[in-house]
Structures are given as structure tokens and as C-alpha cells.
Design a protein around this ligand. Structure first.
Ligand SMILES: [Mn+2]
Length: 297
């Protein structure tokens, strides 16, 4: 039986952590993990507990990297989906275990809950298994930039619900048109004026494009209001680093589609990395190690 709530069952999870992850312990040279080092890593929108979550790839990313601080910027566990249908794979457990293990080994792990894991918001300012739970925080980069870190759902407008419409396919659109005809004949019989559902939906799709830029603007504005140099968030599943009126807007993306993270180099430089990129670097390292080992001494 798997623990139903990893946050309330931290000790049993920690007890589960075997040494199979300790690649460095007595492993032959080519098996050494040699993780890529960053000062800070931000990930969000993992949505553990959903079929869309790419937990295996996130695991590969977490095992291939290390950092002084790891920020989990919300929607890590999808409580909304889990409430509807229990979906929890071994790989989802492994992600939780790997993060707990990083905390245990000295990584400063901070969890900033999002709207999908809002159930964790009742534990704000508490620590669980070495993981700090905070509503938001200010991160100071190595070069002294003050960055506001939060999930971002509070700045999501009313039109947020229209986002899914951007992905609506043609067949569904046709269905909607048919429904519209039926709906309006019903409205006519009821003595109500014609109302175009399709036009309403189309305007919402257009809004979905505007929605992203208005979200980004709102967050930059908040950072400016608080005298910050920038803001780091998640929520809209769109990785981005850009300047908005002198404020550095950063979004670390997600682990459903983008497979992306925001990282801070030791110099304080912020950049986006993807799972593909990290895997390529690791492949290169492996090949180099193999060559080195093959050299005659
Ligand atoms: Mn969210």
C-alpha cells in the first residue's frame, strides 16, 4: 500500500530511500553521477498525481543536477485531480523521495504551494522533512538581484478558465456549433434572443493569447511595486525570461509539456534549461569519461 499523502508520511518515505540512488558510493568511474551544479534551481507545475505528469523525466533531471537551493514553485502535487481520481505511480513516489533526500543531504528545499496543491497552504511557514513551506519569498542572486518568488495564481484573471480553449480541436468546435444550433432553437422556443456560443468561445480563444501577456505584465507590476529587480513564477506552463519595463520576468515552465526549469549559475546569471538539454550534456559527459577510461596508461 502506497502512502496516500506523502507530506504526512515523510518518515516512512525517508525510510524507503535505498542506496540504489547513491551512484557515487563505490561505483565504478563511468557510473559516477557527477551532477551538474547550479546555485539555484526552480521547478513548478509538476502535477504529480495526473497522467500528464512526466515524473520519469523529472527524476532524470533531479538526479542529473544539484544545487544549493531548490525551489518548488507550486502545483507540484495535483490535489484537484487526486480528489477526483487516485492516480499515483511509483515514479511519482520516487520524485518525492528524491526531493526529500536532497533536503536531507543539505539542499535548501523550499516549497511554495500553488493552486493545485493549495491543501499544503495550511502548512505555510512550517517545515516538513527538511522542506520549508512558504507562501512566497525573496531570493537574492549571487550578483545581488532581488527576485520575488511565488506561484502566480493570485494574478490570474477571470479569463484564466478560457486557457483550455486555446487547445480545443476542430471536431470539438464542430460539436459546439451543433450544440449552438440546438441551444438557440431552444432559446427561441423559450422566447429568448439569439446568443452565439461559438462567437463567445472564439472571443475567449483570442483572450487566451492576451491572457498570457496580461499575466506576465501583472507579475512584473507586482515586483516593481515591491521594489524588486524581478519575479520568478510558474502557473501558466510557459517558460520565459524577459525584461518587462526594467523588471526581469522569469517563468520556470512545467513538467507536463515544456520539461523546463529555471537555473541560477554561480555568477548569478538566470537561464532556462530543458530536460533535453541536461540529458544531452550528461550524454556528452558519459562519452568523455568512457574515452578517458579507454586511454592506455
Ligand atoms: Mn497553478
Amino acid at each position: 500500500m502506497k502512502p496516500r499523502d506523502p507530506f504526512l508520511d515523510v518518515n516512512s518515505l525517508l525510510g524507503d530511500i535505498g542506496d540504489e540512488d547513491d551512484f557515487n558510493a563505490g561505483a565504478p568511474a563511468e557510473k559516477k553521477r557527477n551532477p551538474l551544479h547550479f546555485r539555484t534551481i526552480w521547478i513548478s507545475d509538476v502535477h504529480l498525481g495526473t497522467t500528464g505528469c512526466q515524473a520519469e523525466r523529472l527524476l532524470e533531471f533531479l538526479r542529473a543536477t544539484e544545487s544549493e537551493s531548490l525551489y518548488l514553485v507550486g502545483d507540484i502535487i495535483d490535489g484537484w485531480q487526486l480528489k477526483r481520481r487516485w492516480y499515483w505511480q511509483q515514479s511519482h513516489n520516487n520524485v518525492v523521495q528524491t526531493v526529500l533526500k536532497k533536503a536531507k543531504k543539505g539542499t535548501n528545499v523550499v516549497f511554495v504551494p500553488g493552486n493545485h496543491d493549495e491543501v499544503v497552504r495550511q502548512f505555510i511557514d512550517l517545515d516538513f522533512g527538511g522542506i520549508k513551506i512558504r507562501d512566497e519569498l525573496v531570493h537574492v542572486t549571487a550578483d545581488g538581484k532581488r527576485m520575488l518568488v511565488l506561484h502566480g495564481d493570485r494574478f490570474d484573471g477571470v479569463i484564466a478558465c478560457a486557457k483550455w480553449l486555446a487547445y480545443v480541436g476542430d471536431s470539438l468546435y464542430t460539436m459546439i456549433l451543433k450544440f449552438n444550433q440546438w441551444f438557440n432553437s431552444w432559446r427561441a422556443r423559450a422566447g429568448l434572443p439569439y446568443w452565439s456560443l461559438s462567437q463567445y468561445l472564439k472571443s475567449k480563444v483570442k483572450n487566451a493569447v492576451n491572457y498570457i501577456s496580461s499575466f506576465e505584465d501583472a507579475l512584473a507590476q507586482e515586483a516593481r511595486k515591491r521594489g524588486m529587480d524581478g519575479v520568478i513564477c510558474g502557473h501558466i506552463h510557459k517558460p520565459e525570461i524577459r525584461d518587462i519595463g526594467g523588471i526581469t520576468y522569469c517563468n520556470d515552465g512545467d513538467w507536463v509539456e515544456s520539461l523546463s526549469a529555471l537555473v541560477e549559475e554561480p555568477s548569478g546569471e538566470l537561464r532556462l534549461v530543458t530536460w533535453q538539454e541536461i540529458m544531452q550534456i550528461k550524454q556528452g559527459q558519459k562519452a568523455a569519461t568512457r574515452e578517458l577510461c579507454a586511454l592506455p596508461s
